[in-house]
Design a protein around this ligand. Sequence first.
Ligand SMILES: C[S@@+](CC[C@H](N)C(=O)[O-])C[C@H]1O[C@@H](n2cnc3c(N)ncnc32)[C@H](O)[C@@H]1O
Length: 407
Amino acid sequence: MPTLHWNGKHLSPPQPVSLTLDSVVHPKGRGYPKSRPDGRLILGDNLPVMSALLPAYEGRINLIYADPPFFTNRKFSARVGRGEDSRKPSKWKLAEGYHDSWADMDSYLQFLYERLHLMHRLLAPNGTLYLHLDWHADAQARLILDELFGAENFINEIIWAYHGPSPIRTAFNRKHDTILMYAKSREYTFNVDDIREPYNPNTVATFKASRKAGFGKIPDLERGKVPEDWWYFPVVARLHNERTGYPTQKPAAMMERIILASSNKNDLVADFFCGSGTTALTAAKLGRKFITCDESTRAVNTARARLAGVKSVFTVERDVAAQTGVATKSKKVRLKISGDLVQLKTSLDVDFWEVDPAWDGKIFRSAAQAQRHVRSGDIPMELKIKIGGRVCIRLVTVEGKQFQISK
Ligand SMILES: C[S@@+](CC[C@H](N)C(=O)[O-])C[C@H]1O[C@@H](n2cnc3c(N)ncnc32)[C@H](O)[C@@H]1O
């Protein structure tokens, strides 16, 4: 088999980070305070994070979706806020999203190689990896995956096609991404009946008119067809109601197809480049457990807020040595507690806030959460919750500033 080489190609021994539990989130108070978490959201570089997971999870993850930077050599900005989509692009407020900037192709390939190697180790024997890239590096990644997984374990090259504006006038508009799907072994999970879709109405009409159409092959019009390896899902554009403002957010409908096809209920689904948390959110909605990670605080806060809208209890963890960036004092944030009502008084532009009604001074247990409405941008400034001791709140502003205030 041909293999790909680059300057500095190597696999380092695992260098695990030491993870600490930052908080436990009980969406809308579910299972508070005792339920065991179904998910883990981790802030940190995924290489040492995956190394730290190896002892407990090697060979145990059923599905990994990876949506890394694509080698575009661009900096992607996040949009500030959610409810301001009616403003003109020139008036958008922007904040740091993530960088996709590299010294050269060698350093990018090395970055991918070491991480894909750990993902391969973490996958269960029936597990599947989906690697999402585009024309910038999909050819190189295909060879790397052939080397790590074995070319015989290549399953699909999926084309995700979409529409959108483009400044290109010297070539066809580049409007597809490539998702490479590899299995750990030939015994991989593929739930074909969970992802069937209706046949095209023309096909249905043709076969209803004549059973002889199709040269003897009669489609099961009731059951539907197995989707092709090219998919159309609209991008999460400006007016999409899933939109978080986090750059390059992927559509939940696409993640749903991947998760339904390649995992079962209660399986473990992972995404170590989680961004806005689309994979974990969809996995939780479909009854899967999840582990997800990102090195960006904005990404983890965005995912945290989204996950607070579903039913899975989850932990938020981080590198014990990392700076939290959370302010514990602010003249701009005041709390008023009356009976079971916690009121937030602030002049800050709040994106998300949550309450621990019995703060032990160590682990924040979030039992009530409030977030901005997608369209209007409104956010409730009071939360009803049974108070059991000292009250602590956490809040994140639309600019990404974080506060933790107790009373
Ligand atoms: C293409 S975005 C993922 C978007 C995501 N699929 C979604 O739906 O929102 C890539 C993400 O990878 C993260 N990232 C890049 N390098 C990383 C690393 N070494 N460890 C963890 N996360 C990383 C970036 O911060 C960014 O959020």
